[in-house]
Design a protein around this ligand. Structure first.
Ligand SMILES: [Zn+2]
Ligand SMILES: [Zn+2]
Length: 449
């Protein structure tokens, strides 16, 4: 293992030099040494045994080399990554067996550290975001019409294979990501990195579904589910000028929050069903369902006017419940789906967010904090460490997050993500410099690979 030779150097400095530790020509603080020692004394690639996907909330740190760098690529050093319901569904096998090892995360915010020869729209040091897509053919009907998210050859950010190199795509629970520039988005200065992360999937999914289905001044919109997607959708609907914004939820505790986000009405699925029908029968222009659990949409159809639309953006593990064709025919209601959005919609969405002060309500978790203290105070021989990443994922799965979990990607706080001693020294000297180069990265992934 290439890091193993470093360990005695550090130990020697600790023992011989006591508190005054100098290595690679750099004077280290005690906390830097502790982080370095921790990251290099046991977390070697391949150290951990293979596990099964049922233990999906147990994450480990691995070293990972990104695919070959191409002319249109942008390297992004990651600061924050949101946790999406899709991450949980994928790693827990809800949509079928994932490709392992799997590094989830597709609400990425960070800084550009390297650009390819053909990249014109980004420079080193730019703050950018990456969402749920990292590739498309750029030549099909969808791609030529601004619908690259519907390209038949689309490449998802993780649990997918890069069609050129054959390498497995790795997501944003990592120190860095390498992406084609088309799927890298500029982030306005007015939005902080942690706030920007949830816009990359949750925000875009709602914004695109709203604007592509007629949400605007005077419209009546329903949003089913007030979670990571729904709470941003309500704010967008308000900013777009919708007349009525009706939230349907099975969590009555969220009523006050829904109204705070801009909803005009809030109904509990069970307790308020009759009242909702009485007030909004055949009036809504659009209902967007963010639910990732089974829902009988036959109850929703009577709320929509003729030619009104039910748009599904949440993807439950189970198939869609049977819809009565008779009910659809006599109501004239349309049922469809919507997937994330295109690049110009990202730019429009963030502009709207700046103009109207739209921000996600987030909970920030450190990705490494749990690891760090467990490693310090327990045996290094632990095969699996339940990190704060796993805890964050579990909170998402249990529906306890209000309203988006965002991971601080502080793996790189140790400055260790170079594969040569020269680069390592450079990294430590530069500390947390946002423009530092990197060639290899440490990432988190659920066991099983
Ligand atoms: Zn997502
Ligand atoms: Zn295409």
């Amino acid at each position: 293992m290439r890091w193993r030779w470093i360990t005695p150097v550090v130990q020697e400095n600790l023992i011989v030099l006591g508190g005054s530790s100098t290595a690679f020509g750099h004077r280290w603080t005690l906390s830097q040494l502790m982080r370095f020692w921790y990251l290099n004394c046991g977390l070697h690639p391949g150290r951990f045994p293979v596990h099964d996907t049922s233990r999906w909330d147990e994450f480990q740190v691995i070293n990972f080399h990104p695919r070959v760098f191409r002319d249109h690529d942008v390297d992004v050093k990651i600061e924050f990554c949101g946790v999406c319901g899709t991450d949980v569904h994928t790693i827990s096998g809800g949509w079928g067996p994932p490709t392992l090892p799997l590094i989830p995360g597709h609400e990425v915010i960070g800084y550009v550290t390297q650009i390819g020869k053909q990249v014109k729209s980004f420079g080193v040091g730019d703050r950018v975001g990456v969402g749920a897509q990292v590739g498309a053919c750029f030549d099909c009907f969808s791609c030529r019409n601004g619908d690259e998210q519907y390209c038949p050859d689309h490449v998802h950010t993780y649990n997918a294979v890069d069609p050129v190199s054959g390498a497995t795509c790795k997501g944003g629970f990592a120190t860095a990501i390498r992406v084609h520039e088309q799927f890298v988005f500029p982030i306005p200065d007015e939005i902080s990195s942690e706030d920007a992360a949830p816009f990359m999937c949750a925000g875009l999914t709602m914004y695109s579904a709203l604007v592509r289905n007629g949400a605007g001044p005077g419209r009546r919109v329903g949003i089913i589910g007030l979670g990571g997607l729904g709470h941003l959708g309500v704010q967008f609907a308000k900013a777009l000028g919708c007349r009525d914004i009706v939230v349907l939820s099975h969590t009555p505790d969220k009523r006050r929050d829904a109204l705070r986000f801009g909803a005009t009405h809030f109904y509990d699925f069970i307790d308020d069903a009759a009242e909702c029908q009485a007030c909004f029968s055949q009036t809504l222009d659009l209902v967007i369902s963010t639910l990732s659990v089974w829902k009988d949409y036959r109850d929703i159809i009577p709320l929509l006017r003729a030619r009104g639309r039910i748009i599904l953006v949440g993807i439950p593990d189970d198939p869609l419940p049977v819809l009565g064709i008779y009910q659809l025919v006599i109501s004239g209601v349309l049922v469809g789906g919507s997937k994330i959005g295109n690049k110009s919609e990202v730019v429009e969405m963030l502009k709207l967010a700046v103009e109207h002060g739209i921000r996600p309500q987030i909970e920030i978790s450190s990705s490494m904090y749990g690891y760090f203290w467990i490693k310090i105070f327990t045996s290094r021989s632990l095969d699996v460490l339940v990190s704060s990443v796993g805890r964050a994922m579990r909170r998402v799965e249990e529906g306890r997050v209000r309203y988006r979990q965002v991971l601080r990607m502080d793996i790189h706080m140790a400055g260790v993500y170079q594969s040569s001693s020269e680069k390592l020294e450079f990294e430590f000297r530069r500390g947390n410099d946002r423009t530092a180069e990197h060639q290899s990265v440490y990432l988190l992934y659920p066991p099983g690979g």
